[in-house]
Design a protein around this ligand. Structure first.
Ligand SMILES: *Cc1c(COP(=O)(O)O)cnc(C)c1O
Length: 379
């Protein structure tokens, strides 16, 4: 039986990326590696739609978030964070750990924050120096309108805009420069089709100025100041994960040859097909503003999550993601972020049908798969 991974990180890794990483290790200060790193730096600018530096750090996505917070803010700084799920919650946690004065805006899970609400918060807190938002909140499968949020923030204030783009980059349209973001982060094991281990961080000119002006920040390994300085020479301040960066070079070539606009529309198309497949099986969708990276679905009435997950995995080789916190055992999440194509959506919905059948949930066999086919063949 083939194993099929449908989780929003780690995500499947293409064979050619794995093969590139199987080559013997090289030294990170030799010209061969520096040439690769330079190409990676260029391709990351293409990915984030920016002319500003995008640094590569050897850590997971959270390390990138910590790097941004600890590099940009001082103790006592007022920072607004939007918490509509596990990852928005993490922004607040990080701000507080580094001594920031966190104004946390809670948003109901499965809903996206509205730009007017952020503008109102900034009017109430004109002294806020930063706003932290999440483009695609992975725990709830919910996307926010980052373009409109950035515009609303910029209209009210000079606060820095930090975007957690960890499951949005490569799935949702994003323009770092044009939309006026100051920081955007992604991780290698999400839309980049790579194993875990790298964080990629885009840094605006405004953010660079602040980072370079601050002294004595409580950090070392995750210092963006150090990373930006090294970036100028296509270098890294510490030994990078050489093998992963070589794999990333390959993955970025794939994204470039498909074309980022096509990558975005593929994600939108697969997400649409996945949703229609689930609905055709009588399942209800969780989010009112669904992400193109991951589709959150309510478990059918009376279906036990553990049993469902076991059947999906053992009998069908499929791994999906569980619900978190209050929604553990109540929803599950199907990822289509990264290395997925149209036939993959038939596999996952076909696997769901088999699982629901085993569990005696009533539905018409083939209804889900047929809905996926219709959604994808429509055009
Ligand atoms: C995965 C994820 C993170 C955390 O990244 P790690 O690589 O697990 O540290 C943060 N934000 C979002 C939206 C994510 O999906």
């Amino acid at each position: 039986m083939k194993k099929r991974l449908f989780t929003p990180g780690p995500t499947p890794v293409p064979e050619n990326v794995m093969l590139r990483m199987a080559a013997p290790i090289i030294h990170h200060r030799n010209p061969e590696f520096m040439e690769i790193l330079q190409r990676v730096h260029d391709d990351l600018k293409y990915l984030f739609k920016t002319t500003q530096p995008v640094v590569v750090m050897t850590c997971s996505g959270t390390g990138g978030m910590e790097s941004a917070i600890s590099s940009l803010f001082r103790a006592g700084d007022k920072v607004i964070t939007v918490n509509g799920g596990k990852f928005g919650e993490r922004w607040g946690e990080l701000v507080r750990i580094f001594g920031g004065n966190c104004v946390e805006e809670k948003v109901e899970w499965g809903k996206a924050i509205q730009p007017e609400r952020l503008a109102e918060l900034l009017r109430q807190h004109p002294d806020a120096v930063g706003v932290c938002i999440t483009h695609s909140e992975t725990s709830t499968g919910t996307a926010s309108d980052v373009k409109a949020l950035c515009a609303a923030i910029r209209e009210q204030s000079d606060a820095l805009i930090l975007v957690d783009g960890i499951t949005a980059i490569g799935a949702h349209e994003f323009h770092f420069d044009d939309w006026g973001a100051d920081i955007c982060i992604t991780g290698s094991q999400k839309g980049l089709m790579m194993p875990p281990g790298l964080a990629l961080i885009a840094v605006s000119e405004r953010a660079q100025d602040i980072i370079n002006s601050l002294k004595g920040q409580p950090q070392c390994y995750l210092s963006l100041k150090k990373a930006l300085l090294a970036h100028e020479g296509n270098d890294t301040p510490f030994t990078p994960a050489v093998t992963l960066i070589i794999g990333l070079d390959e993955a970025l070539q794939m994204l470039r040859s498909e074309g980022i606009e096509n990558v975005w529309s593929r994600h939108e198309r697969l997400a649409g097909a996945c949703k229609q497949g689930c609905e055709a099986l009588g399942m209800k969708l969780f989010s009112s503003s669904p992400s193109f990276a991951v589709t959150p679905v309510w478990l059918p009435e009376g279906v036990d999550w553990k049993e469902f997950n076991k059947t999906l995995k053992i009998n069908n080789g499929i791994t999906v993601a569980a619900g978190q916190d209050d929604f553990a055992g109540r929803i599950f999440r199907i990822s289509h972020l990264g290395y997925y194509d149209e036939l993959d959506m038939l596999s996952v919905i076909g696997g769901l049908e088999r699982t629901l059948k085993t569990m005696n949930v009533p539905f018409e066999i083939g209804a889900g798969v047929s809905a996926v086919q219709r959604a994808l063949l429509q055009e």
